[in-house]
Design a protein around this ligand. Structure first.
Ligand code: GLN
Length: 538
């Protein structure tokens, strides 16, 4: 085992969606900027093994790590803020914990004992809290506990944290409780009662919060800080205000102003390594807040009602916008609403379109129609995964003249399966974790748009799909103007298609959005935004 790290647990109270992921990532950013080696992991109390089988309406986007694990979208925030690469160890669920214990029980590992929540499930949680230290040597490990304190399914996690803190002794861990101070406009007041109750709930399980971070829409007065401190067993300087911010990227700076990092280091008895260096981060936020132009990009998908469904795509546009000093206004377009009658009205207002990833038949004709419009009107187009597959279908139908061209995902019996199931998927029956997942290499063609964007021969991108461009049609597509500019060097699988006669038209089988960070905005998004700015200037 490596050196002993310090552990920080982040719990949530009063309401969900308060932004535990952003607070965790912001604190980690501050600690990282002081020279500490930090990582964050997420423990989700649901029983699914991973969110791979969840509909985006349930739990937002499914994020994919480089090692091909389907994870909670908060891991995307961790990577975007910290420029670290997470792995399967960074996300645990109740499902994974029970699966491990049940498998052990079946093997007879418990030697006749009754298998119980305490100690077997809690021991497994404690093992997983520390597991990540075996991957690297961290100074500080932040564990974000999903859900809200008081939920039945969260209890084993809270109990494990209680035991774990006892095991590792004083000053080696702390608990940050993120809570909500609702503002009652009729009374003109911020209310602390729900916070008092949720801190008490935590204490009933034997866990004291060391720091209370209060989400609030109004600034917290000194008196209110004293009141929260008094009722919640913390010092006044451990009551941290987290006021609504214009962008999530301001939160590290706000937390620094509230001295969250100092309080944390103090409580953990750690000496400052060096002065915080957040200059690059501040420059980025400055650019975000002072754009020189605004452009509109249509995001065409079937889950657009829920912002979290396309989280990484939206954040990639923020990063790419900052590089281009432009505000990217993402216009959500429901693919089911695009038809012959509505299309001109909808797409004449945008400077480019992104056709989103997805599964199944619903809304695909709207996507295909939008791609036809983009191709014929020289509107910048980026297709991701299903979006790329739809671009191939559109081209096959309308340029190659194969009217019934389709993907076998949508029509098993199509005579022209231009998109078909990958060979190694033919016998796959189980749904969970069985797609082509994670990082795969892609070799770029010289003189292509893709090559001019990446400026190198070989790139590595993350995937999540079962279908691919059917190689049988590749030559015909190439001949009539849709070239494959990126392929897997081992298998030949087509990773990128583009139309050289178009000003900016790219479809990628992979998900560039999973790799865009504040420090390294993804070059495809940067180039796409720049093409949309050009279109806007015309
Ligand atoms: N449904 C398509 C496939 O499985 C695309 C998947 C995606 O967009 N992530 O290949």
């Amino acid at each position: 085992m490596n050196k002993t790290p310090k552990y920080i647990f982040v719990t949530g109270g009063v309401s969900s969606s308060l932004g535990k992921g952003i607070i965790s990532a912001s604190l980690a950013k501050l600690l990282q900027s002081k020279g500490f080696k930090v990582t964050i992991q997420k423990f989700d109390p649901y029983i699914n093994i991973d969110p791979g089988t969840l509909n985006p309406y349930e739990h937002g986007e499914c994020y994919v790590t480089k090692d091909g694990t389907e994870t909670d979208l908060d891991l995307g925030h961790y990577e975007r803020f910290l420029s670290i690469k997470t792995t399967k160890t960074n996300n645990t669920t109740t499902g994974k914990i029970y699966q491990t214990i049940i498998n052990k029980e079946r093997k007879g590992d418990f030697l006749g004992k009754t298998v119980q929540v305490i100690p077997h499930i809690t021991n497994e949680i404690k093992r997983r809290i520390q597991l990540i230290q075996s991957e690297d040597s961290y100074d500080i490990i932040i564990t974000e506990l999903g859900g809200t304190v008081g939920d039945i399914e969260s209890y084993p996690f809270i109990e494990a944290v209680r035991q774990f803190r006892w095991d590792i002794g004083e000053n080696n861990s702390l608990v940050i409780h993120l809570t909500l101070l609702p503002y009652l406009s009729a009374a003109g007041e911020l209310k602390t009662k729900p916070t008092q109750h949720s801190v008490k709930k935590l204490m009933e399980s034997g866990v004291n919060a060391d720091i209370i971070v209060c989400r609030t829409e109004k600034s917290i007065s000194d008196d209110l800080r004293s009141k929260i401190a008094l009722f919640c067993n913390v010092d006044k300087n451990s009551v941290i205000e987290s006021i609504d911010a214009k962008t999530i990227y301001e939160v590290p700076l706000l937390m620094q102003a509230e001295k969250l990092d100092k309080v944390v280091l103090n409580k953990l008895n750690i000496k400052n390594k060096k002065k915080s260096d957040l200059n690059d981060w501040k420059n980025f936020v400055d650019k975000l807040n002072n754009p020189k132009t605004t452009i509109n990009i249509g995001l065409i998908g079937k889950y657009v009602e829920l912002q979290d469904s396309y989280k990484s795509i939206l954040e990639s546009f923020v990063h790419a916008g900052a590089v281009n000093e432009a505000k990217v206004n993402v216009v959500p377009i429901h693919s089911e609403e695009v038809n012959d009658k509505t299309i001109n009205n909808i797409l004449s207002k945008v400077d480019g379109i992104l056709v989103a990833p997805g599964f199944g038949e619903r809304g695909i004709e709207g996507k295909i129609l939008s791609i036809k419009y983009a191709r014929e009107n020289n509107l910048p187009f980026l297709g991701i995964c299903l979006g790329m597959q739809m671009a191939v279908i559109e081209f096959a139908r309308n340029v190659l003249g194969l009217k019934d061209a389709n993907s076998t995902e949508m029509s098993k019996s199509t005579k022209n399966p231009v998109i078909s199931l990958m060979n190694d998927q033919l016998n796959v029956e189980e749904k969970g974790g069985t797609m082509r997942l994670g990082s795969w290499k892609c070799k770029l063609k010289k003189n292509s748009l893709a090559y001019s964007i990446y400026k190198k021969d070989l790139v590595s991108e993350r995937h999540r799909h079962r279908y691919e461009l059917n190689f049988k049609y590749n030559e015909k597509l190439n001949k009539l103007g849709m070239i494959s500019s990126g392929t897997n060097p081992k298998t030949g699988l087509v990773e990128i298609v583009e139309i050289p006669s178009h000003s900016w038209f790219i479809g990628v089988q992979f998900h560039p959005e999973y790799q865009s960070t504040v420090k390294n905005p993804h070059p495809i998004f940067v180039s796409f935004v720049s093409a949309c700015i050009k279109k806007n200037n015309q």
